[in-house]
Write a protein that binds this ligand. Sequence first.
Ligand code: DGL
Length: 268
Amino acid sequence: MHPPAPDAPILFFDSGLGGLTVLGPTRALLPTAPIVYAADYAGLPYGRKSDDELAARVPALLGRLVERYQPRLAVIACNTASTIALGHVRAALDLPIVGTVPAIKPAAAMTRTGVIGVLGTEATVRQPYVDDLSARFAGDRTVLRHGSPGLVTGAEAKLRGEAVDPEVIVRAVAGLREQPRGEALDVVVLACTHFPLLKTELQAGFGPDVALIDGAEGIARRIAHLTAGQAWPDIAAPGVAVFTRGDDRQPPPISALLPYGIASIETI
Ligand code: DGL
């Protein structure tokens, strides 16, 4: 394979704006990397879709995006899509694909009480992939899981500058705390890329004795590692966001994306 041209972008993919939490730390490591950020607004929320639907939808859409933008690497910046469709995407596309999986391993190493929580979408928390991670890395821990679609809506609202319904935070916290042994929780994995957008609210909800962790920094390091030695532009070009067109959802104002280096919006 030829080395990628300096202007070949990194493609970030999520159902919505959550993948920006992975883009942020990646830009810190690779400040001039050209960026295409794709959000499948026509499919949001993924957490409420069936596994079969996502296993078909995600590789097909990524295939279209790869053809259109010719990225050097694609990042599935979505736990739901990664835990269900990573294998299908890798089988279908001929470029490096980085996935996003729940940070259960570091959480299991960090807990002192032996009780960790996994907060994700409903689809992610029911995945065998999560059973597997729990068995491999947290076999001697108690792993509580809770699926919260409300946090996805809340994160989308916050990024648009709209109010977050406080009930959404209360329900997410109670969803873990009210399970057997929930009172002993001391680490919560934010297993959906939308949720770090609500970290302040969630930290207030769980209290100071609970650590909230996500995998974004590790994913950024993985992207930097996989692209080490490749050529980049000398100066950062403005990034592009592309949204699939849904019936009732408009792209956010560009001011929400500018802090992530994105200066234009396309719809497909
Ligand atoms: N950001 C996504 C994730 O990491 C999913 C949000 C959704 O579409 O439900 O799981």
